[in-house]
Design a protein around this ligand. Structure first.
Ligand code: MN
Length: 131
C-alpha cells in the first residue's frame, strides 16, 4: 500500500540521497532526520509508520533514540529498522536489545530494498492495536 510515512534517519548525505531515490518511486511520504535528537522530535510529531534508523548518529545514537522511542507508549508501536555498517552477530544482538524490530546492513541491496520495506510495513500493519 502506498502512502505510508517513512522516517529516514541518516547523517550521511550520500546514504540519505540513496534511500530517498530508492523509496521515492513507491509513493511513500518520506521524512528526513540527520541526528538522533531530530529523529525523536520527528517521530513524536509525525508518528511515521516505519523508521529507517542509522545506528551511528551524532548528538544521540540510533541505539539511544530507539530505546527512548520504544519506552514511550506514544511511539513504541513504530516499526524501527536498524541500518548498520556491519553484519556482525554482536551488533545484530545490540540493535535487537535496543528494541529495533528488524535489521538491514550496509551496503544496501537497492534492488531488494523496496521489497524488504514493503514486507516490514505489512508486519507493522498487522501488529497495530485495534484502537
Ligand atoms: Mn551514520
Amino acid at each position: 500500500m502506498a502512502g505510508e510515512t517513512i522516517l529516514i534517519v541518516e547523517d550521511n548525505r550520500i546514504n540519505r540521497r540513496l534511500l530517498d531515490a530508492v523509496l521515492s518511486p513507491h509513493g511513500y511520504r518520506l521524512l528526513i532526520a540527520v541526528d538522533g535528537e531530530q529523529a525523536l522530535d520527528m517521530a513524536r510529531a509525525e508518528r511515521p509508520d516505519l523508521i529507517l534508523m542509522d545506528m551511528q548518529l551524532p548528538v544521540l545514537s540510533g541505539y539511544e533514540a530507539t530505546r527512548r522511542l520504544k519506552s514511550d507508549p506514544a511511539t513504541r508501536h513504530i516499526f524501527i529498522v536498524a541500518i548498520t555498517a556491519h553484519a556482525m552477530e554482536d551488533e545484530r544482538l545490540q540493535v535487537m536489545q535496543a528494541g529495533c524490530d528488524a535489521y538491514i546492513s550496509k551496503p544496501f541491496d537497492t534492488r531488494a530494498f523496496p521489497g524488504q520495506i514493503r514486507a516490514f510495513l505489512a508486519r507493522q500493519e498487522g501488529s497495530h492495536d485495534p484502537n
